[in-house]
Design a protein around this ligand. Structure first.
Ligand code: ZN
Length: 284
C-alpha cells in the first residue's frame, strides 16, 4: 500500500513538473527561430506552373499629347495630297487659374492614360514624351502609322474667349472626308465611345462629336482616329478640375472605358469574327 502511495505521489509530481516546464511535444521553442537547428522543410508537391498571361491583347494605341513648348514652324498640307496648307502646330491654349499650358496638361493625362491602358493589356506609344520635341501634326499621324496603331487618340484641351464655355467634345472626320472616307464609320464610333464614357465618368458637359475635315492630324491618320478636347482651360472652374491629380485619374478611367467599349463593339460587330482579323483585312 505504501509503495503504491509513493508511486502515485511520484507520478503526480512528474505531471505537475511537466506542466510547469512546458515540456509538451507541441511546445515551440522560440530560441529555434533562425537557428541552424530548424527542422528540414517538408517536401511538398511542386506548385502547378501558372498559365502565363499573354503579354498584351494585340492592340496598339498611339496617344498624341497635343502641342509642345517648342513648335514646328511653317505649314504643311492639311491632308495627303492636299493643296491647302495649315500651320504645323501651335502652342495651344492655357489655364489662367491653374497656370498650366495645354501641352503640359495633355502630356500629364497621356502619361497617366498610358499606365492605365498598359494595365488593360494594350500596347501604348506616345508621339512625344517631353515638352521640347517639336513635332508637326502630319508627323504625329505618320508616327502612329509607323508604330502600327490600331487607333490614334489625340488629346487636347479647349479654349474660348467666352470664359463661361465648358464641356468636352471629340473631333472626327466627316463621311465625305477627301482622304480617308473609309475610316469614317470607325472614327465616328471611336469618337462616340470615348466621349460618352468620358463625360459619364467625369460629369463634364457633353458637347457632342464635331465632324470636320479641317484637322490635319485626323486627315493624315491612316487608322481610326479621334481628337478629344478634355474641357475648357479658359473656364476657371473647369481648368482647376482638369489640372487636379485626382480628377485626372477619373478622366483617364473614362477614356479607358471608352476605348474598351469601342473595341468590344468592334469585335461584336464581327465583320471578320474578331477585331484583329477585321483590322488586318482593312488596314494591313
Ligand atoms: Zn489643342
Amino acid at each position: 500500500m505504501r509503495f503504491h502511495t509513493f508511486c502515485s505521489i511520484l507520478i503526480s509530481v512528474c505531471i505537475v513538473l511537466a506542466m510547469l516546464t512546458g515540456c509538451g511535444a507541441d511546445q515551440e521553442d522560440p530560441s529555434a527561430e533562425g537557428s541552424s537547428f530548424e527542422s528540414p522543410v517538408p517536401t511538398e508537391e511542386p506548385a502547378p506552373t501558372p498559365t502565363p498571361t499573354p503579354f498584351g491583347n494585340g492592340l496598339v494605341i498611339v496617344l498624341d499629347p497635343g502641342h509642345s513648348s517648342v513648335v514646328s514652324g511653317g505649314t504643311e498640307p492639311i491632308g495627303p495630297g492636299a493643296a491647302q496648307q495649315k500651320q504645323k502646330d501651335t502652342t495651344g491654349t492655357h489655364g489662367d487659374a491653374s497656370g498650366m499650358m495645354e501641352y503640359q496638361l495633355t502630356l500629364a493625362v497621356c502619361l497617366k492614360l498610358r499606365e492605365a491602358l498598359w494595365a488593360e493589356g494594350y500596347t501604348v506609344y506616345l508621339t512625344r514624351e517631353d515638352h521640347t520635341t517639336a513635332i508637326s501634326n502630319v508627323e504625329r499621324a505618320q508616327k502612329a502609322s509607323d508604330l502600327g496603331a490600331d487607333i490614334f487618340l489625340r488629346i487636347h484641351a479647349d479654349g474660348n474667349t467666352d470664359r463661361r464655355r465648358d464641356g468636352a467634345q471629340t473631333i472626327c472626320i466627316t463621311g465625305t472626308n477627301p482622304y480617308h472616307p473609309n475610316l469614317y464609320p470607325e472614327s465616328r464610333s471611336l469618337s462616340d465611345n470615348i466621349l460618352t464614357a468620358y463625360c459619364q465618368e467625369t460629369g463634364l458637359r457633353n458637347l457632342g462629336v464635331w465632324e470636320t475635315d479641317s484637322m490635319t492630324g485626323n486627315n493624315w491618320a491612316a487608322m481610326p482616329a479621334t481628337l478629344l478636347e478634355l474641357g475648357f482651360m479658359t473656364n476657371a472652374e473647369e481648368d482647376l478640375r482638369l489640372s487636379g491629380e485626382e480628377f485626372q485619374n477619373v478622366m483617364v478611367a473614362g477614356i479607358v472605358k471608352g476605348i474598351d467599349n469601342y473595341f468590344a463593339g468592334r469585335a461584336l460587330n464581327g465583320d471578320a469574327g474578331s477585331y484583329s482579323e477585321w483590322k488586318n483585312s482593312q488596314f494591313r
